[in-house]
Design a protein around this ligand. Structure first.
Ligand SMILES: [Zn+2]
Length: 79
């Protein structure tokens, strides 16, 4: 994913693995942007979570597993 520092205009790339990790931790913490430090001027660029989510395709398997777990818990409470 290519990013451009809005302070100095320097273009740099961040790895997909880093984006995926950022999306995961932001969703857990409820954050809405990821802080990326410009390698040139060291200014912090705030990247919106939505922009990161578009850059990495979600793994559908994880979502399904979570749903199944929730359903099981609900069933146990009822019986
Ligand atoms: Zn910069």
């Amino acid at each position: 994913m290519q990013l451009r520092c809005y302070r100095c205009g320097w273009s740099f790339a961040i790895k997909k693995e880093e984006i995926a990790f950022a999306v995961e931790s932001l969703e857990e913490s409820g954050g809405v942007h990821y802080d990326v430090r410009c390698p040139r001027c060291r200014h912090i660029n705030k990247i919106p979570l939505t922009q990161l989510q578009r850059a990495v395709p979600r793994s559908e398997g994880e979502e399904e597993e979570k749903l199944e777990e929730q359903e099981q818990e609900e069933n146990e409470e009822e019986s």
